[in-house]
Unconditional design. Sequence first.
Length: 133
Amino acid sequence: LASLVRTHGEPVLPALLALHWLQVLRVEGPAHDDSHTAAPSPERTRLRALLEAARRKDLLAVLGVSPFATRSAAALALEARRAEVDAIRARNPTADALPVVTSTLDELARTLQDTNAWERYVTAMRAPLSREE
C-alpha cells in the first residue's frame, strides 16, 4: 500500500478504500497504528448477521427480502445467497458459521418448493406488520 501511495500519491487512497469496501481489493496486515482494534471485515460482519438470522430461523432475514416478497423473488434471493455463501466458503473453508447457514438455506429451499408452506410462513411473518397499521 505504501508503494502505491509513493508511486501515485495520496489521491489514490479514496479509490483504494472504495475497492476494499466493494471487496475487490483485499487489505491484509497490521495498520500503522496498532493501538486501535481493527474493525471486522464486511464479509465477516455479513456472515455473522447471516448466522444470527439462521439461528433465529428468520428465513426472510437470511434471504434479505421483505415479508411481502413474492415466492419467485425469494427463490432468486436464495440463489444469490447460496452463491455468496459459496464464495465465502472458497475464501474461508473453515468458517464455523457456514454449516448452520447452509442448513438454513437448505430449509429455505424446501420451504420455497412447497407453495403452502411458503404462504403459511410469510402470512405468519406479515401478521405483526398488519397489526401495526
